[in-house]
Design a protein around this ligand. Sequence first.
Ligand code: CUO
Length: 689
Amino acid sequence: MNQTERNLLMLLEKPYEDVSRPRGRDRVGYDLTTAKPLRVTTRVSGPVNWVTVPERPDLTVQSLGRATTIRKGGVFSFFVQQHRRAARDLCQLFMKSKDAEDLMQIAAWCKDRVNEGLFNYAFCFTIVHRKDLRSMRLPTVVEMFPNKFVPMEALTKAQVEVNRAPLDQKEPVIIDHGPDFATTTIKAEHRVSYWREDYGLNSHHWHWHLVFPIDMGVNRDRKGELFFFMHSQMLARYDMERLSVGLNRVVKYDNWRAPIDDGYFSKLTVNNSGRAWGTRQDDTVMQDFRRNDFGLDFFTVAEMEQWRSRLLDAIHQGFMVNREGNRVPLSDDVTSGKRGIDILGDAFEADADLSVNSQFYGDLHNLLHVAISFSHDPDFAHKEEVGVMGESATAMRDPVFYRLHRFVDDVFQQYKLTLPPYSMDDLSLPGVVVERAGIRQGDQTDILVTGWSNREFEASRGIDFAAEMSVLLRLQHIDHLPFNYHIMVNNQTGADKQVTVRIFLAPRKNERGDDMSFMDQRLLWAEMDKFTVSLKSGSNHIERMSKDSSITNPNEFTFRDLEQGRSSDPGTPENAEFDFCGCGWPQHLLVPRGKPEGMAYQLFVMITDFEKDKVEQTASDRRCANGVSFCGILDGKYPDKRPMGFPFDRRPPPRVMDSELTKVADLARLDNILLHNITVRFTDEILQK
Ligand code: CUO
């Protein structure tokens, strides 16, 4: 990273401090004195590397458009259309900059004039979506906004330690956090707090919505479908965690007049001045939205119910109706044009630019987030802040997130169940036999081991502790020991063959402890990996490392990594290839927790014909090595022609090879599919990796 890029990146640090405050290892401060800053520069001690930002007569309050409509210090919520419009204006201003230096000057000028969350969002959006800045990496959102991940209590403790430390202390102040969650064991839902409140899970969700924004003029390949698929997969994984701690699978929230059983009190703050997120008592009922502080028009639960009916009508009638009153058929059986699942996803999430008729189908999923997040104070009577459901970096902490998204998924699934089952031609691959498959972890076979690990983040990059020393947050999180898949495949086609290997994992037993039917187990299958291999004729031994998974992102950069150029220097051709890293499921959440005594899982390995799966990309399309199943390819097409979640996204065919199909094992009678039992054992110890 060159100095200009470094100076640019530093603007993401200390979001709540004046732009003139020194930041980063190099103590960079931005001097806008010639550009008439908004306030007098705060006095700072110690040397500062001043970056002079020249006067920019071209920048006026008008340049900011609607970006100033969000109050500073408050929440920036992408679920609110007015906030998205503010973001669009600021992103447009940033996107128009000529180069990195120009962007740095514009951004430094804007920094203290707009809402902090909005600023960082627009800034990150620009880095992700501008081709000339692809070599830059984003630091983890945990370091930008520690207050969205760690309770204020822990951060206050850090401040006390900093104040006590000698001024010349060189060692960092370390604050341990976790396992310590927002609930106690009195609440059954507490048992999955370790997962809901995981930093990686929440930063993944923030990052995913940054890469797939709505109403921002971003129309990426199969965006609506990916909204469905990625969230559906998160639910499959959540349900696996629930089953591992003796909880039933999550129940959809679809009676919006009934109380929401579980409340949520996040203990987090929305900014550094200690303003808390709104909280929700147990048994709160969602209300009509009638607040005047959020720039959002009033809306009612009845309107949302109407949008839901229209979406369900469309699904069951097989078409939507566009603004001109014409029918838009919903079908995935297309060779060109948009798939039904994409059309539905765009109208449901919703993206007003892409929805076939946003007036008619509304903004259902987004406004459900909003209505739930204000259910504790729907008319602003108590002047309470929005709840965590209103922000993508915090929403997944709340148990109601999963109940809401189970409803969203249920609507998508209703559509999927209208589609015909896959044919034998879709499912089989003549001449290719999966003979054996299994897992090796150390010297163990077919046993995966989970436990805890620690990860350190620098809190002083997001919060100004007014001290020279670094302040590290050490977060404990669930993790697993790395492992390898071993798959033996016999290629009897008589020639080399390019194939796609698809690996899924699901629990073997349901809540009752019974083996599951195909339909009972269908939504529990989590994609573990998907990759292409060239089979030679005869026997093949495929070995694949867990860290190479197609869903995960192994590169979560801290500010320090980026400053030091660690694993992030785009100077080498290999790294230039692997732009767009940063999106993807956290590596440490790849394996579900399992049980101390071991939990029975099934590994599903399927081999399909790459000829039928492949998607032509243009030579210039950049790809990241990882996270592709959840994040796609930035400038290119989603690299698998099959519907996402194939073959579990549809109802199964009633018969396979002349016998009834009731269980997944019946499908595995096909030669190209193998089902294999494995065990996941949770150790409740720090893992020695
Ligand atoms: Cu990701 Cu509702 O879409 O949170």
